[in-house]
Write a protein that binds this ligand. Sequence first.
Ligand code: UT7
Length: 325
Amino acid sequence: MTLVRSRITGTGSYLPEQILTNDELAARVDTSDEWIVQRTGIRQRHIAAPEQKASDLALAAARRALAQAGVDGADLDLIVVATTTPDQTFPATAVFVQKALGMTGGAAFDVQAVCSGFVYALTVADNFIRLGQASRALVIGAELFSRILDWEDRATCVLFGDGAGAVVLEAVEGQGTSADTGILTTHLHSDGRHHDLLYVDGGVSSTGTIGHLRMEGREVFKHAVTKLAEVVDEALTATGLESSDIDWLVPHQANRRIIDATARKLDLPADKVVLTVDRHANTSAASIPLALDVAARDGRIKPGDIVLIEAMGGGFTWASALLRW
Ligand code: UT7
């Protein structure tokens, strides 16, 4: 039986020029490079220039992904941007990207699922393509967490950074088996009972302010390890694949210890895990497409490889997808 699947045909990423090292942070708050590296694996983060907005970062990553795919912006029929730090309350950051790319038809909108945002956006675009509502989509994760951090709170300000990543998704024909190329399965979850363990203490209709990120780190950590293992198993079960079939784990880059725990549960050796958290810290929805771009461009991820992506974030939200590159 033939069916439509969506396949990643191009990746792109962008990190702002300014780098903020752990030592520089240690000069501002009571922390140290040693503590940050040991507890998180993070060595530095990138910080956007004051005039840069989410759509600027998104656009830079998008242009690189489109160039690699050989697709013109005008030929897209869908843009989904995952962001928690949009340019404006409305319109969606996606429409600024749409305008800059010269795309006048189709649809462009944002998805908000915090750190799971990219997997959510990818799932939405994949569903559009599989249902025939779109044939060529751009999926972007773009974040400027530097704008919502409390720079005096050492428990959170050391963890996050700014950046963007993008993928081009195009419709391809499949046979409905795990031997197909493209996205094989996606799994989304949320549980709003945990909304107050990782959140921003401001908002348009509550305080009328932007607010700052607040987190119960230890609780988030515990949930992440458990929920990610579950959602990864779900993806394997849905496709009939084994963990030994996975060529690359490209996880949300929040904390090296969480990533190591997921890899251990899957019995995956370290050299099958794409790790970029050291260079850009947690960039929320941007982290998976950033890591995908690095590993696709340096030749690690090759056509035919099985790639597992997974993420967990505020809400709580958690999600996974399995794809054949
Ligand atoms: O994308 C999803 C969103 N977030 C995450 O995935 C983050 C999940 N959580 C984590 O990654 C970890 O919980 C953290 C990295 C945030 C913290 O690591 P931890 O091993 O869970 O440390 P902790 O919160 O239990 O704190 C240990 C100690 C505390 O001191 P006491 O109470 O033991 O004296 C903290 O006050 O470390 C202290 N601490 C710090 N020390 C130096 C907290 N932040 C810092 C810091 N520098 N930046």
